[in-house]
Design a protein around this ligand. Structure first.
Ligand SMILES: [Zn+2]
Length: 142
């Protein structure tokens, strides 16, 4: 079978249909049935996609909470609670970074563009950067 491997994003001819469950909001959803994967990457992708299936909702909820917290804290900041607002936003950014590092999921578009492996690496890198940025923001007020 020919195509582009969903895991490493390389074109090849020793690909096979990837076995993906039906509930993968972060891998393209049930409509996406054209996933193919290298024989040698099938296990890695399957583990990753199982993890997305198990933790996908948790991930989306955690990201949502972090973003909501940031919005709330920005309002506090505008309202004059400078220290609380700034430290809080820093902590929320750190929390978001921890979520991204622990569950390195990205969008289906990113997976389609770069492959799941690279997308996960980028998400981890972004998580690490967010943790650093958040700590920096907290340190600014201390
Ligand atoms: Zn591959």
């Amino acid at each position: 079978m020919e195509g582009r491997c969903i895991w490493c994003n390389k074109v090849g001819d020793n690909l096979r249909q990837a076995t993906v469950g039906t509930r993968h909001p972060l891998l393209g959803g049930p409509a996406r049935t054209d996933l193919v994967v290298h024989e040698e990457h099938a296990d890695a992708f399957e583990r990753f996609s199982e993890r997305v299936g198990r933790s996908g909702r948790l991930f989306l909820a955690a990201v949502g909470v972090c973003l909501l917290a940031m919005v709330g804290l920005e309002i506090a900041l505008v309202a004059g609670a400078r220290t609380v607002g700034t430290v809080g936003i820093g902590m929320a950014v750190v929390a978001l970074g921890i979520v991204l590092s622990a569950l390195p999921f990205s969008t289906p578009q990113t997976v389609a563009l770069l492959g799941a492996r690279t997308a996960a690496r980028l998400a981890r890198l972004a998580g690490a950067l967010l943790i650093g940025l958040g700590l920096f923001v907290v340190l600014l007020v201390l």
